[in-house]
Design a protein around this ligand. Structure first.
Ligand code: G3P
Length: 224
């Protein structure tokens, strides 16, 4: 399962890249706005830090401008994936851009029908927003199961990119369902390795070790 980081905070990305857990990055207009920086600058810097796909989202809603924006974003770096919203114009832009060989991430997906259309339009990724479905009392992971079933039935190559992840439970459930990618906020990624019993166990190991008075590394003598 690939982990993408869902942020436009380059400092966070630089820190988390050192874990070896970062296979790509997703941004959106809200995350770019939060960065306070020009989109092209942020995307270019992220692409220099991460080798995997970096999603940059168009902000136009008409096809012609989506295509111009998408081609501009794709020109920033070779690992840019162009994000388009799930709409009839987004699908038309997806078809054209993917036809150019540009990887497209169709975002704001909330139904299996939308996911089916994105795959037929040649999307490289589909981004179902599980957290926002949970927020309205639906079960976001049920959508992932439905998309996985449909995509397997037709051997679609579009990768399921689970988005709007709210906690480790979404990552684990997505993995159980065989989703290709989860895009994870930095704070959630940092929750994944934490468990109170791990902390407690390590504390006990180190306390017992301290009682031995031993050191793993040879003690350097003070030989003159
Ligand atoms: O970036 C796409 C998606 O992950 C946004 O999630 O938290 O705004 O629902 P969220």
């Amino acid at each position: 399962m690939k982990f993408f980081i869902d942020t436009a905070d380059v400092a966070e990305i630089r820190d988390l890249v050192t874990t070896g857990m970062v296979d790509g990055v997703t941004t959106n207009p809200s995350l770019i706005a939060k960065s306070g920086r020009p989109m092209a600058d942020v995307i270019a810097e992220i692409c220099g830090v991460v080798d995997g796909p970096v999603s940059a989202e168009v902000t136009a809603t008409d096809v012609d401008t989506m295509l111009r924006e998408g081609r501009y974003l794709a020109g920033i770096a070779g690992n840019v994936a162009v994000k388009v919203p799930m709409s009839i114009n987004g699908l038309k832009a997806c078809k054209a851009l993917s036809g150019d060989g540009t990887p497209v991430n169709v975002t704001l997906c909330f139904s299996p029908a939308q996911a089916l259309l994105a795959a037929k339009a040649g999307a490289a990724f589909i981004s179902p927003f599980v957290g926002r479905l949970d927020d309205i009392g639906a079960v976001g992971m049920d959508l992932i199961a439905e998309i996985a079933e449909i995509y397997a039935a037709y051997q679609f190559q579009t990768e399921i990119l689970v988005a709007s992840v709210r906690g480790p439970h979404h990552v684990v459930e997505a993995a159980k369902l065989g989703a290709d990618v989860a895009t994870i906020p930095p704070a959630v990624l940092r929750q994944l390795y934490r468990h109170p019993l791990t902390d407690k166990g390590l504390e006990a190991f180190l306390a017992d070790w301290a009682k031995t008075g031993q050191s793993i590394l040879p003690v350097e003598s003070d030989a003159a």
